[in-house]
Design a protein around this ligand. Structure first.
Ligand SMILES: Nc1ncnc2c1ncn2[C@@H]1O[C@H](COP(=O)(O)OP(=O)(O)OP(=O)(O)O)[C@@H](O)[C@H]1O
Length: 770
C-alpha cells in the first residue's frame, strides 16, 4: 500500500470526487461496503472459533494418550500436544484484527488477507495468510505495476467490528463501473496513534520497500538499513514471521534468535512476534546472552573501545591459561614417614604440559591435573625406593586427604568465566595477560572496571561478550550427577566441595526417587510454565538457524564473535543504521559482522521513509545527522503538522533536575501516551530522583538505552554532555532526538550551543517550578 505523497489528499478520496458522488452518496456507499465487509469478517470469526475448538480437542486427545502410560505414547503425546498448543496460540493471536485487507482482482476474484489462512467448512478460502504468495500483491502492487489488482482495501477493525475501510484504486481502466472506492487517510491516522510502550505489528500497512526485505529469499542473509523510524525493526520481526511460515521445518526446529541492544528494547518488541502468531523465537539483549548473567551498565567510551576490540581474545586466552591467583608454589606430602615434594618448577611443567594438550580448556583438564600430580608424587616416592605394590594404596591414600583436596582447589580450581574477569582487576596480572600491549592508563581503566565486578558482582554489556569468550576458553564446568540414593556424597572420599576430583562431576543431592522416574516432556514443561510464556528456557539451543540482530551498528567485534558462536550455520537478518552507531570503529565492526555472516549470499535493502517522527522533529534531527555523518541523507518523514520541538534553556540557578519535574508534570497533562526522559550515559540517577512518583508512562533512561525505542514525547536532558561523552557522541544525540512520535523537548544549560546545533530558538531561561 504506497503512501499518499505527503501533504496531498489521499488518492481514493479524489477518485470518489471524480466519480461525481456527493458527500451523502459517498457516505451511504461506504456504509454498504462496511456492512458487506462485516459479513465476511463475521464468517471468518465463526470459522476461527471452530478451529479453536478443533485445537482444544486435539490437545485433550493428546493428554488422553498419556493415560496409556508407555514411553512411546508419551512421546506421541508430547508432539501432539506441542503442535496443538502452538496452533491454539496462533489462533488466539489471530483473533485481534484477523482480517485486515482485501484484493479485488481484474479476473473479478476477491481475496481477503489476514493474520492467518482461514477456510470455511467446504474448504473455500475465506482469508489468505499475509505471508502466502497470494498475499504478496497486497503489499507490492502499485498503480505503475498493479499485478492484476484493481482495488486494494485496508480494513480497520476494533475487536471483531469493521470500523473503517481505506481503498487504493490501482488499475482504473480495469475497474467495473459499480466499484466503490473509499479513502480518508486512515493509514496516516494510524501512524499518529498514541504509544503504549510496546511495539505493535504493522501487518496491515507494510509498505512496498519494507515488503521487499520481509519476503527476500531465505537462502541468504538480509541486511536492512535506513534512518531512525523507517521500520527496520518492524521489518526484521515480520521477516521472522514470514520465514517461520514459509520454512517452518528449517527455521522452526532449529530456532530463531532475536538480539536487541538492551532489555528495555527486548521488552518493547516482545509482543510483536506473538501478535503475529509466532511465539517461538528466543529474544535476548546483548546484556543477557550468557546464562545467569545480566549486564548492569554501559562502559564509558574509553573502556568500551578496549573491551570491544578483538585484541581482547589473546589477552583473555592468556588470562585463562595463567596460574590462578593464590595457587600454592609447591606440594609436600608425607607418606609413611617419607616426604615427597613437587616444587614450583615441577608444578609449572605439569600445568604447561596439560594446558598445551588441553582441548577442553582448564576446567576440562582438572581431572587429568589431579591424576598427573598424583602420578608425579608416586614417581618421587618410587625413586626413593617405594615398592610398586604400594602404588595403589599410596594413590588412594593421598587422593582422599583433605590437604590434597585443598591443594587441588587452589592450584587448579574449577573456574567460572566471571572469576577470570575478577582476577584481571589485579593490574599486574592484567599487564601480564596483555603482554605489555596496554598502556598504563589503559590498564588503570580496565582493571578499575573489573575491580567493580570483583567488588559488586556487576558486569557491563561488553563484559558479557568477554564472559562468553572466556566460557569457550575455560571449558564447561563438569556436569551435575544426581547423588545415588544410598551412597551419600559425604561417604565418597573423592568428593570435595561437591565435585568428584576423579570424574570431575558435580555431585548434588538428588530429587526424591519417584520424581526422577517421571518422564518430563516438552508439553509438561510448557503446561508448568503456563501459557503466554514464549519459550522454554531449558530448550534454548546452543546454535540457531536464523539470527536477527537489531541496532547492529553498535556491536563491537567481541559482540559479533559472541553471536557468531550461536549462528555458525545460520542465515541472518541484520538491521543497522551506521549514523546511529555508538561504536567508534565502524570498519572493525563491519569486518567482524562480515566474518559472522560468512560467505552466504546477502540481500541488502534500504528503507527511506520515516514513519515515527513528524517532519518538525525529523528536521531538527537532520541538522545533527549532517554534522555527525557528513553527506548522510535524512529519510523522508511521512507525517507533517506536528508540534515544533522546544528548546528549554535552564539557567545556572536552576539545575536541570530541579526544572525537570515541573516540565514533565506539565507534559503529563498535554501528552496522552509515553514520555521518555533521555539523559547522558550513566547519568539517569538525578533525573530519576527528580521524577520519582510520576506515573509509569514517564520513563527515564540514558541515551544508549534509548536505542530502538519510541515515545509519544521525549525530553532530552543535557545534550551537550551526551555529545561530549564520546567521539560518537553526536550520533548518540541523533538517536535520542529521533525517539518521539509527537513532541520533543531539549533541556540544556548551554542555550547558544544547542540553538546553533538544532536550529531552534531558545526559550527564556526557566527557573524551578515552571
Ligand atoms: N508500514 C508501516 N505501517 C505502520 N507503522 C509503521 C510502518 N513501518 C513502520 N511503522 C512504525 O514506525 C515506527 C518505527 O518503526 P521501527 O522502530 O521499526 O523503526 P526503526 O527503523 O527500527 O527505528 P530506529 O532506527 O530508530 O530503531 C514504529 O512505531 C512502527 O510501528
Amino acid at each position: 500500500m504506497p503512501l499518499p505523497p505527503s501533504g496531498q489528499t489521499p488518492g481514493p478520496a479524489a477518485e470518489a470526487e471524480a466519480r461525481g458522488t456527493d458527500a451523502a452518496h459517498a457516505a451511504h456507499a461506504k456504509q454498504r461496503e462496511l456492512e458487506a465487509e462485516q459479513q465476511h469478517v463475521d464468517r471468518a470469526y465463526v470459522r476461527l472459533e471452530a478451529m479453536r475448538g478443533e485445537a482444544q480437542a486435539l490437545m485433550r486427545e493428546g493428554y488422553k494418550q498419556a493415560q496409556v502410560g508407555t514411553m512411546g505414547s508419551l512421546v506421541e503425546r508430547d508432539t501432539m500436544v506441542f503442535r496443538a498448543e502452538l496452533w491454539a496460540r496462533t489462533l488466539d493471536a489471530a483473533d485481534d484484527g484477523l482480517v485486515f485487507g482485501r484484493l479485488d482482482r481484474t479476473d473479478r476474484e476477491v481475496w481477503h488477507i489476514g493474520r492467518i489462512g482461514v477456510r470455511d467448512a467446504d474448504s473455500e478460502i475465506l482469508v489468505v495468510d499475509w505471508r502466502a504468495p497470494a498475499a504478496e500483491a497486497f503489499y507490492q502492487a502499485t498503480p505503475e505495476d498493479p499485478r492484476g489488482i484493481v482495488r486494494r482495501r485496508v480494513l480497520h477493525c476494533r475487536g471483531h467490528q469493521v470500523v473503517d475501510i481505506e481503498d487504493d484504486l490501482l488499475d482504473p481502466d480495469a475497474a467495473p463501473d459499480d466499484l466503490v472506492v473509499v479513502g480518508d487517510g486512515a493509514f496516516l491516522a494510524a501512524l499518529s496513534r498514541t504509544r503504549d510502550g510496546s511495539m505493535r505489528d504493522i501487518v496491515a500497512t507494510i509498505q512496498q520497500e519494507q515488503d521487499d526485505a520481509i519476503r527476500a529469499p531465505a537462502d541468504g542473509s538480509v541486511i536492512v538499513r535506513g534512518g531512525p523510524g523507517t521500520g527496520k525493526t518492524a521489518v526484521a520481526l515480520h521477516r521472522v514471521a514470514y520465514l517461520l511460515f514459509r520454512h517452518r521445518q528449517r527455521f522452526g526446529s532449529r530456532g530463531v534468535l532475536v538480539v536487541g541492544p538492551n532489555p528495555r528494547f527486548t521488552a518493547y518488541i516482545e509482543r510483536v512476534l506473538p501478535s503475529l502468531g509466532e511465539g517461538g523465537a528466543v529474544l535476548h539483549s546483548l546484556g543477557d546472552m550468557v546464562d545467569g548473567t545480566t549486564a548492569a551498565y554501559h562502559d564509558t567510551a574509553a573502556v568500551a573501545r578496549l573491551k570491544g576490540a578483538t585484541a581482547m581474545v589473546p589477552l583473555l586466552r592468556r588470562a585463562v591459561l595463567a596460574t590462578p591467583a593464590g595457587a600454592p608454589h609447591e606440594l609436600r606430602i608425607k607418606h609413611r614417614g617419607t616426604e615427597v615434594v613437587l616444587d614450583s618448577g615441577a608444578l609449572r611443567r605439569i600445568r604447561n604440559d596439560l594446558l598445551q594438550r588441553a582441548r577442553r580448556g582448564p576446567n576440562g583438564q582438572r581431572v587429568a591435573a589431579a591424576k598427573t600430580v598424583l602420578a608425579a608424587l608416586w614417581e618421587r616416592l618410587a625413586s626413593r625406593g617405594a615398592a610398586r605394590s604400594e602404588k595403589e594404596a599410596f594413590l588412594e591414600d593421598v587422593a582422599a586427604r583433605d590437604e590434597f583436596a585443598v591443594f587441588l582447589n587452589t592450584w587448579w580450581p574449577l573456574v567460572r568465566p566471571v572469576d577470570i574477569l575478577r582476577g584481571l582487576a589485579d593490574p599486574a596480572r592484567l599487564d601480564r595477560a596483555a603482554r605489555g600491549r596496554l598502556s598504563r592508563d589503559q590498564i588503570r581503566l580496565l582493571a578499575g572496571s573489573w575491580e567493580r565486578t570483583a567488588r559488586t558482582g556487576e558486569v557491563s554489556f561488553l563484559d558479557v561478550a568477554l564472559l562468553d569468550e572466556i566460557d569457550t576458553l575455560i571449558g564447561p564446568l563438569p556436569r551435575v550427577r544426581p547423588r545415588t540414593p544410598g551412597s551419600p556424597a559425604e561417604d565418597n572420599p573423592y568428593v570435595v566441595d561437591g565435585y568428584d576430583i576423579f570424574t570431575g562431576e558435580a555431585v548434588r543431592s538428588s530429587a526424591p526417587a519417584d520424581e526422577i522416574s517421571e518422564v518430563t516432556t516438552y508439553a509438561d514443561r510448557m503446561a508448568r510454565a503456563g501459557r503466554g510464556r514464549d519459550r522454554d528456557e531449558d530448550q534454548e539451543p546452543d546454535e540457531f538457524a536464523h539470527i536477527v540482530v537489531d541496532e547492529a551498528q553498535d556491536l563491537a567485534p567481541m559482540q559479533w564473535r559472541m553471536l557468531k558462536r550461536r549462528g555458525k550455520h545460520a542465515t541472518w537478518t541484520i538491521v543497522e543504521d551506521p549514523a546511529q552507531s555508538a561504536w567508534e570503529d565502524l570498519d572493525a565492526s563491519a569486518a567482524a559482522m562480515s566474518e559472522a555472516l560468512g560467505d552466504r549470499r546477502r540481500h541488502e535493502f534500504t528503507l527511506t521513509t520515516n514513519y515515527r517522527n513528524p517532519a518538525e522533529i525529523a528536521a531538527v534531527a537532520a541538522r545533527v545527522l549532517v554534522r555527525a555523518v557528513p553527506g548522510a541523507k535524512p529519510s523522508r518523514a511521512v507525517r507533517e503538522g506536528g508540534e515544533r520541538p522546544h528548546l528549554l534553556v535552564v539557567g545556572d540557578k536552576a539545575p536541570l533536575a530541579g526544572t525537570l519535574h515541573a516540565v514533565v508534570a506539565r507534559m503529563l497533562g498535554e501528552v496522552e501516551g509515553t514520555i521518555g526522559i533521555v539523559t547522558p550515559v550513566g547519568e539517569t540517577a538525578e533525573a530519576a530522583a527528580a521524577l520519582a512518583g510520576l506515573p509509569s508512562r514517564v520513563q527515564v533512561m540514558d541515551a544508549l538505552d534509548a536505542k530502538g525505542l519510541e515515545f509519544d514525547a521525549a525530553v532530552i536532558v543535557d545534550p551537550k554532555t551526551i555529545v561530549d561523552q564520546s567521539p560518537a557522541g553526536l550520533r548518540t544525540l541523533y538517536v535520542a532526538l529521533t525517539r518521539a512520535t509527537r513532541s520533543l523537548v531539549v533541556a540544556t544549560g548551554d542555550g547558544e550551543w544547542a540553538a546553533e546545533l538544532l536550529g531552534l530558538e531558545p526559550a527564556e531561561p526557566v527557573a524551578p517550578g515552571v
